[in-house]
Design a binder for this molecule. Sequence first.
Ligand code: SF4
Length: 454
Amino acid sequence: MLDHLPSPHSLPPRKVWLKTFGCQMNYHDSERLLSHLEEINFTSTDSRDDADLILFNTCSIRDLANSKFYSHLGELKKFKQRLGRELVIGVGGCIAQIEGEELIRRFAHLDFAFGTDVIDQINQLVLRAYLSEEKFSLNKWDRGRDYSIETKIVHGEPQAFVNIIKGCDKFCTYCIVPYTRGREKSRRLAEIVGDCTNLVKEQGVSEITLLGQNVNSFGKEHSETLAELIERLEPLVGLKRMRYTTSHPYDLSDALIAIHGRSKKLANNLHLPVQSGSDSVLSRMRREYTIEHYLDLVERLRAANPALSLSTDIIVGFPNESEEEFLATIELLNRVRFDSIYSFKFSPRKGTKAAKIDDLLTEEVRGQRLQQVQKRQLEIQAEDRQKMVGQRYEILVEGSKVMKGQFKWSGRTSCNRIIHFLPEQEGVDYQWQWIEVEVIEATALSCQGRVVRE
Ligand code: SF4
């Protein structure tokens, strides 16, 4: 490893093309990587052909992200041979954490691999790859007691993710995360408050999402809590909205539920992954809660904040899931009426307990169940979103696009719904404005609105 980094002024300007797969944590890490690389004179490019450095930030949770990554990496073999100039290729993230050495062995055109706990060493790793012919993989865990970082953003936008806890101690039987991200480690509350204050006051951030694999477990080792953190951030002038993700129902505290009723800045939305509507499946998943417990949380959250919208994750076809167990999930959709769901077919992850189960369920049945869940959820969404028509919402405008031949802007409500709207006048730039819109039309998948206050 290099002891000292050369001064950026002594390094030639170079371009990096970074491809990210997977969850918000990976996107957050990617931004961190780009931010570090700026310090050694790299700028980001959208064109792979222009790049001097190609990085992949990989995900091992879903088959699709996995196979997309391998196909991208495979393609690069000929690309690198044809290029006729220096190109360094690195692979980071969850796949590199568990298969880094194997990747280096299998793909001769790959220069280095790096795990999830060495993100902040990227500059040293990149310079080492440039200076040496030797290929390498670094995936050691950070065994230190403390977890201290500063949030780095390069996008200049008013939305920022702030990582507050890394890793996960839950070991759900289907999940690879504890093996790719390590054990839970929280930042100190005071450091996060300072970090967020800087983002709001110095960098114009007005919406912060507190991020981690299980944010509800934040601060255990220091006797600090997520509820305290939210209360400390609440008075921050300039901060308009806060979110937190992802939550584990088992660790959702009474104090946190109460804050949903009190806070003026906490969004009217909570993503609370349930995974299955069946107690027996939840037990085989080792989720540590029952449906009765989950429904009790939902009831208390809605009592604290009646405007709260809930989203969730569903896995259908967990090994040997019976028809009765599956129908319990449909029943749960009917009872909770989630605002939206992310639903997936179970797919075994090598190294997890669930991957070792002798599974009799067929892919055909899994596919049918997924369709059934998605169909029922869309019916619920179509019915419930009608209630939005005529209501007014404050949104943060996130972008624009042409929809059915019309140029429209889009923004996100506090309850995490996207509303599309026509500009009041041609040429008005609404990007990153907080404005008020009234919903004029709503379907299961989209809402159309009109501006009522800029
Ligand atoms: S709580 Fe989430 S991240 Fe942790 S093991 Fe379970 S599913 Fe994976």
